[in-house]
Design a protein around this ligand. Structure first.
Ligand code: UDX
Length: 436
């Protein structure tokens, strides 16, 4: 099938390349000429495992191309819209400027019978409004939210847990559903659940899923706070409650909390939208989810202060990690960098290292010192804090070797990803998050 993908950021670039990899003919469109040039030259503009390979392959096969011209979308059966919906500068609501601009630019190139498939995360009610923009062309708008995780984006796009399509009632909706089943033929062949709903439900599935995940993380981080006042160990607590199949162990990783381009802004936008709907109290708990999350960043910085006898001023602190999670170079709302910036603000001499995210981090926080080599970053440190659980720190860093590099054997485990016994045995003073 011929497909277009409007917006070539984390979501769109992966979607375009993944759709080409399962046999479709795809054009990716973005207003950012630099990004398009890079993609068309076969260079992934960000780090995402597996993306480079399918990008190179797609371009070589002739099935994948990129353009800044919306006219190139004409003739595609489905036009995916995957542009960003960032947090508004002066509030919590989602900024829909890019979504509206993308649909407005697409409309002149639509033909009757085309499908416009929204993938961006939007406030409930957006699809209905966009459907009105699209209606005069005879195209059909559907809402087809994307649940990919960064770091696993290619895998999640090609082989998702479920597919969701919000479609209008009647024959147009039925036809659009059939077309989407054809688009996702490889996943459908594997019996991936395909849930067809109305617009509002499809929009809400996405924000509800992210709100639930954020709540799960803040729940365990709240338990970490209680553990800190009682001497309990939150990681054992998580293991024990996680054995209950109704609860499950995933997303019960206590630490410095969630960040990235989705969860923080999505729960805030959800709160803002609920307020608009007069239902603010229904999701009032999301404010607390956000507050708990931000408190953990402060707590991590405080643990370093405490371990250095009350002040980090002038002390060398090595921060292991900058990306908001491993397998990504994304630093949007990264708790890791937030902790680094807080320590710098307290007067520490901060050195940050990360396998992938240094260049992005340097652009946003030039006041910090960055070192590519992990061991060089550790050399001479008075204290070390792990803030992104990359394998390079979690599995591959031998505590005895690390001890031989630093000046002070103080380690704060902001992700509860190290083995406390092994680090203590190598002479380190270990502090975790919610662990004795
Ligand atoms: C999230 C959703 O998982 C995905 O379905 C949606 O499409 C986009 O938002 P992503 O932002 O890529 O994906 O990352 P995710 O793996 O969900 O992690 C988000 C944050 O939560 C990271 O900062 C991570 O470190 C943190 N986290 C995750 C925890 O602090 N503890 C956990 O147990 C799990």
């Amino acid at each position: 099938m011929r497909l277009s993908v409007i917006g070539c950021g984390y979501l769109g670039a992966v979607h375009a390349a993944a759709m080409a990899s399962i046999g479709h003919e795809v054009v990716g469109i973005d207003v950012d000429a630099g990004k398009i040039e890079s993609l068309q030259a076969g260079r992934a503009p960000f780090f995402e495992p597996g993306l480079q390979e399918i990008l190179t392959e797609g371009i070589a096969s002739g099935r994948l191309r990129f353009s800044t011209d919306f006219a190139d979308a004409a003739g595609s059966a489905v036009h995916f819209v995957g542009v960003g919906t960032p947090q508004q500068k002066d509030g919590y609501a989602a900024d829909l400027t890019y979504v509206n601009a993308a649909v407005d630019a697409l409309v002149p190139h639509l033909n009757a019978g085309d499908i416009v498939a929204g993938k961006s995360t939007v406030p409930v009610g957006t699809a209905a409004a966009l459907a009105e923009k699209v209606a005069p062309t005879g195209a059909t708008l559907v809402w087809n939210p994307e649940f990919l995780r960064e770091g696993f984006a290619v895998q999640d796009t090609i082989d998702p847990d479920r597919l969701v399509a919000g479609v209008p009632a009647g024959p147009a909706g039925e036809q659009a559903t059939a077309v989407l089943r054809e688009v996702y033929h490889t996943a459908i062949a594997k019996d991936t659940p395909f849930i067809v709903t109305d617009y509002a439900t499809a929009e809400l599935v996405k924000v509800a899923a992210n709100a639930f995940l954020a709540t799960k993380i803040s729940f365990i981080n709240a338990m970490a706070e209680i553990a800190e006042s009682t001497g309990a160990d939150v990681t054992q607590l998580a293991d024990a409650i996680g054995h209950d199949a109704r609860i499950g162990r995933r997303f019960l990783g206590a630490g410095i909390g969630f960040g990235g381009g989705c969860l923080p802004k999505d729960i805030r936008a959800f709160s803002a939208r609920a307020e608009e709907l007069g239902r603010g109290e229904s999701v009032a708990f999301l404010r607390q989810v956000d507050e708990i999350n931000l408190r953990r960043r402060e707590r991590a910085a405080q643990l370093v202060v405490d371990a250095l006898d009350g002040s980090v001023y002038g002390r060398k602190v090595t921060v292991l990690g900058a990306a908001f999670k491993p397998h990504s170079d994304d630093i949007r709302d990264s708790p890791a960098l937030d902790v680094a910036v807080r320590l710098h603000g307290l007067g520490a001499v901060v050195t940050v290292t990360d396998p992938e995210a240094i260049e992005n981090a340097r652009r946003v926080h030039p006041q910090l010192t960055y070192v590519h080599d992990r061991d060089e970053a550790l050399t001479g440190a008075d204290a070390v804090i792990v803030v992104t659980e990359w394998d390079q720190y979690r599995r591959e860093l031998d505590p005895a070797h690390a001890a031989s590099l630093v000046d002070g054997t103080i380690v704060v485990d902001g992700r509860n990803c190290l083995d406390p016994a092994a680090w203590r045995a190598a002479g380190w003073t270990y502090s975790g998050m919610g662990r004795p």
